[in-house]
Design a binder for this molecule. Structure first.
Ligand code: ZN
Length: 476
């Protein structure tokens, strides 16, 4: 294999590739190149060689703080702790590091990370961007490089995979894109570049300036902190999302090498993002209330459902309103807004058609008209709707009553509505939940004397701790 020396400036640039971690790292590198200024952050592919070199110097300077730390728990140990997670056995964390002097550690660090003026390039393409590679790399430099999914890119006889400088530096910048807690790194990725730029830029800004700190220990943060961060990022994003969002949680340490990937599909991610403004902003805060338990804040449980059980979001709203109406004998004041938000969620995220949504609402209105004005009638409906069998009986009896009473030509429940409620397989529950919410919202409108004040439960709303206040204040 022939080797040629080429001036590095002709090749030093960043390309976005198909590798989520490289992409996130590239945007983190762009924030470092902008010296931490979010508004000055460029697209990674627009970075000049000087800017890329500057970003690399920032990273090396952060790692230099580790040479003074005996271990990751000492001041300056922050990046040492991270290095075990991202770059096991790299020159600054070898098992004999305690025997090495500071000067020796510093020299090894610079040997590892400094960019040479001229680069010796391989006659092999970078596996990610196909530009000329500068070397072979493995687990020490690239998280999870030795995992089976990457093994097929390893060329026999070589320890690792071929990378160009741009891709290598993107991987070196990856920790700046990550939230580090509980022995894991978590990075948010999306194929929507604008969203990725925003979420990564902000995370990288949080990571800057931590070099003098000690390494983070096990997390004492609330439930689902990573998922909450993603939701917070989505709700802070005001543009249209063009793709879904992924949460990658991983470690590359010697003790364990692991990755889990959780995705929010585009419709769900978009709905969460849009819920921060406009007609569903209040509905979102009510959804948090409905998920609140003594052990878990509402936002944590909602985050859990949105990520892992999106079909449970509406049933949580149903349980909450049912419990309140049973406890207080009032129709919860949240009902109308909450119902609109749940119908929106059902059509936009759970793909209920507008036609079926309208059928369910139509029946809900009819039922509400039958039960409003007489609380004992409402109670009978509430009791009946707990089970499919009893709801069927209640609807059949109502149909007969109404036919005898008014000789209505139109049936009380039409065929389509019956099918939606009782013969739609796993969707039966969703349709019956929506019917229940639709009935309560309409009863709330028709029987004002049964309403209660939703503000009495305001303490159940959890606000997201955005952690972004300092960032917003300190943009240029
Ligand atoms: Zn490359």
């Amino acid at each position: 294999m022939s080797i040629t020396a080429i001036p590095i400036e002709s090749t030093l640039s960043i390309r976005l590739t198909a590798h989520p971690m490289q992409r996130a790292g590239a945007f983190a590198l762009a924030l470092l190149a902008a010296n931490g200024r979010l508004r000055a952050m460029k697209h990674p592919e627009e970075l000049t060689p000087e800017e890329i070199r500057f970003a690399n110097e920032v990273m090396t300077a952060d790692l230099e703080a580790t040479v003074n730390a005996a271990d990751s728990k000492q001041p300056g140990g922050f990046w040492l702790g991270i290095s075990y997670m991202f770059w096991p056995n790299c020159p600054i964390n070898t098992t004999n590091r305690k025997k090495l002097g500071r000067d020796e550690l510093r020299a090894r660090l610079h040997q590892w990370r400094d960019l040479p003026e001229t680069e010796t390039l391989l006659e092999a393409p970078c596996v990610l961007c196909e530009r000329q590679a500068c070397g072979w790399y493995g687990k020490v430099d690239i998280p999870l490089a030795a995992s089976t999914s990457h093994r097929n890119t390893t060329i026999p006889g070589h320890e690792g995979i071929a990378l160009c400088r741009g891709c290598l530096l993107s991987f070196y910048a990856l920790p700046y894109a990550c939230e580090i807690s509980g022995g894991r790194a978590a990075v948010v990725h999306s194929w929507d570049d604008r969203f990725l730029a925003r979420v990564t830029g902000r995370q990288a800004k949080r990571m800057l300036g931590r070099a003098s700190l000690t390494s983070t220990s096990a997390s004492s943060s609330p439930s689902y902190p990573r998922e909450r961060r993603v939701i917070e990022a989505l709700r802070g994003y005001e543009e249209n999302l063009t793709d879904g969002v992924e949460l990658l949680v991983f470690t590359n340490s010697n003790k364990e090498q692991e990755i889990t990937i959780q995705s929010l599909d585009q419709p769900l991610a978009e709905w969460i993002s849009k819920s921060a403004h406009g007609p569903h902003a209040v509905g979102w805060s009510y959804l948090c209330r409905t998920h609140h338990t003594e052990k878990k804040p509402g936002i944590a449980k909602l985050a859990e459902n949105l990520f892992y059980n999106p079909q449970y979001v509406i049933s949580a709203a149903v349980s909450y309103t049912r419990r309140l109406i049973e406890e207080t004998s009032h129709v919860p004041g949240e009902s109308p807004v909450l119902t609109e938000t749940c119908f929106s969620y059902a059509t936009k995220v759970l793909m209920l058609t507008e036609t079926d949504s309208a059928e369910i609402r139509k029946l809900a209105h009819k039922i509400a008209e039958e039960v409003s004005g007489d609380f004992s009638e409402l109670k009978k409906y509430l009791q009946a709707q707990k089970q499919a069998r009893t709801l069927k009986e209640w609807l059949r009896r109502k149909s007969v009553d109404i036919t005898l009473r008014s000789r209505a030509r139109e049936p009380f429940v039409n065929e389509r509505q019956w099918l939606l409620l009782f013969d739609s397989e796993e969707r039966n529950y969703l349709h019956r939940d929506l019917l229940f919410l639709g009935v309560l919202a309409k009863v709330h409108e028709l029987s004002p004397e049964w309403r209660d004040d939703p503000d009495t439960r305001r303490e159940l709303e959890e606000t997201l701790d955005s952690g972004d206040t300092d960032i917003d204040n300190d943009e240029e």
